[in-house]
Design a protein around this ligand. Sequence first.
Ligand code: NAI
Length: 340
Amino acid sequence: MRIAMFSTKPYDRRSFEAQPGAAPHEILFLEPRLALLTAPLAMGAEAVCVFVNDDLSAPVLEALAAEGTRLVLLRCAGFNNVDLHAAQRLGIKVARVPAYSPHAVAEFTIGLMLSLVRGIHRAYQRTRDGNFALEGLLGFDLHGKTVGVIGTGKIGAIVARILSAGFGCRVLAYDVHPDPALQAIGVTYAEPRAIAAQADILTLHCPLTPETHHVVRAETLALARPGLVVINTSRGGLVDAEAAIDALKSGQLGGLAMDVYEQEADLFFEDLSNEILTDDVIARLLTFPNVLVTGHQAFFTAEAMGAIAEVTLGNAARFAAKEALGTSEVTLAATVPRHA
Ligand code: NAI
């Protein structure tokens, strides 16, 4: 099968070429992001392979379908960038990698949390400049703190376990499908407003949907304890970044770590160090000492990259063999996992 792979970086190419499953396919490794303008690059390809910031809106899917594309292979778990109604109407199947390494994202989340509350990101820069002073680096123990976990699927559940069993935090969680296994280890489910009011730290692990868009906004932040720390390794659209800036200025928000950003499509995965940053929101965020930004890096481990390539090529093989795509298939019907 001919596969047009968009948003390809050298590390993507290496991980796919290392897989035996790559051999039967003709893979076109393309650097550009998929958009209406770049869709013609997929001409003649039965499948397109895409990542988090590729555009799979209705006009793009229509352009792809007109040139013969029948399959979208997502190299990620989230599928908020795909218009599933349009895909269904056009007869395009959509397959994702439902789980590659939830540990990669969960462990990175904890890394961001620790770095932010203990000022490790600032200490790294200070000591390299010969500044060994501690002033301004006073942190707080995670032990005994209340952490709100929004979304307790594969990643959120691991985060909740690490925080509860590892650090001795009180974990309050919200999910449309509570996980009894987490309740059994002492995680308490509560309503989002109650969590916002009680949490010292809030960490987001739900998908981006119309219901979860700006789940952290001015109203949420106003409810919170002064000094709340927010960690977002899920999707940028979960946080209203402008409301976060206001709350950081007033001190109501005590820290923000974000691996994702609502407007990241124009920034992330590229070296823009020689450019003028025109996004004033991210530029302002980067001025706060208590804001830690990483460029959608949480998934980026050797284990996860190998699993993404293997599962994606498995999805391609099953489609080519006209077999069912199983749990990888994304349909309009319920895709939300139940834990019961
Ligand atoms: P998952 O599907 O296993 O879990 C998501 C959970 O969110 C489910 O338990 C679901 O019931 C819950 N949920 C759905 N709607 C909700 C709502 N309105 N409020 C609260 N909870 C809700 O997904 P997984 O693998 O745990 O991934 C979570 C998110 O992490 C993904 O949606 C993706 O956006 C993000 N992600 C980020 C990565 C990164 O590199 N930064 C890498 C992989 C995933």
